[in-house]
Design a protein. Structure first.
Ligand code: TYD
Length: 207
């Protein structure tokens, strides 16, 4: 089995840049194959669900959650599981923690319901490592403003950014074996160095 790494964080945390840098680093230092993917999306049907989700935000957070969850099951079945089974590294930009935080903590979907759906859909494909890029709410807002074009699910107010940030930090403190929090407010190289150190110490130790 290959190793499964996910990146999480609020807006403007620098996930996509760090995903690409980690891919390059893994290829140059370890060889093998690296699959980069993202959510929502990552398989033919999941991309269609992505278009649907991003085109029109549902009226209820439960609908949102179930659509993200449906896209995720397809993504796992069609893309993630086969890649891991063939021994590839899989790096995914957002995964179930985003549902817990965006639909659960921000949207108010019942956490037991989320856990139950996770149990029946995501398992056994729990990431070997989840990298949470943490940035203060003000910086998230500033980076999102510079980037422009907010997605329909992006936090709008400072308070929402705080909820997202705290949500990811809470997950990391509840699941320290799986999660590592990295300060994403620093320059790209410093963050990338810490990301690679985390991969080495958490995943490659003993291999
Ligand atoms: P995207 O344009 O991919 O944004 P980002 O660069 O921030 O990842 O849009 C995805 C949006 O969907 C983003 O605002 C987070 C949200 N999202 C959820 O609300 N729940 C989820 O389970 C996932 C995977 C994403």
């Amino acid at each position: 089995m290959g190793k499964f790494i996910t990146f999480e964080g609020g807006e403007g945390a620098g996930k996509s840049t760090q995903v690409e840098l980690l891919k390059k680093r893994l290829l140059s230092e370890f060889g093998g194959e690296v699959l980069v993917t993202r959510e929502p999306g990552g398989s033919e049907l999941a991309e269609k669900i992505r278009d649907l989700i991003l085109a029109k935000r549902p009226a209820a957070s439960e609908t949102e959650f179930l659509l993200f969850a449906a896209a995720r099951v397809e993504h796992i079945a069609e893309t993630i599981a086969p890649a891991l089974k063939s021994g590839k590294w899989v790096i995914c930009d957002r995964f179930f923690d985003s549902s817990r935080v965006y639909q659960g903590m921000l949207g108010g979907v019942c956490s037991q319901f989320i856990e139950m759906v996770e149990r029946h859909t995501v398992r056994p494909y729990i990431p070997d490592l989840t990298i949470i890029l943490d940035v203060p709410a003000e910086l998230s807002m500033e980076r999102a403003r510079v980037r422009g074009a907010l997605s329909r699910y992006d936090a709008a107010t400072k308070q929402e950014h705080e909820v997202l940030r705290q949500g990811f930090l809470d997950i990391a403190s509840r699941e320290p074996q799986r999660c590592v929090v990295i300060d994403g407010s620093r320059n790209v190289e410093a963050v990338s160095k810490d990301v690679f150190e985390a991969v080495k110490s958490r995943i490659l130790k003993g291999t």
